[in-house]
Design a protein around this ligand. Structure first.
Ligand SMILES: [Zn+2]
Length: 90
């Protein structure tokens, strides 16, 4: 990703997919970068598609997180946690 300063605006070129996610997740920390990306995305179908995919991923993740975990998953998580506690305490 190249960052180019202009008189009063920041312009960016296409960031890597991983960087797009970081820009979105840390938008509150880097407002100027986020705004520059937002402006870029409106004119870039590649980045727009990446943002849509990321949005879809978090939408699915959010739905999955709201589902109740199966008893097998809970038992497994408890076993892993107990094992970790044993390792820490010994
Ligand atoms: Zn782009």
């Amino acid at each position: 990703m190249k960052i180019k300063h202009q008189i009063s605006r920041l312009q960016i070129t296409c960031p890597e997919q991983f960087d797009v996610e970081k820009i979105l997740l840390q938008s509150h920390k880097h407002r100027i970068l986020f705004r520059a990306f937002e402006e870029h995305m409106l004119n870039c179908s590649r980045c727009f598609r990446i943002v849509r995919k990321i949005h879809k991923f978090y939408e699915i993740l959010d739905k999955e997180m709201q589902k109740e975990a199966s008893p097998e998953v809970v038992a497994f998580a408890e076993a892993v946690y107990a094992d970790k506690e044993k390792t820490i305490n010994n």
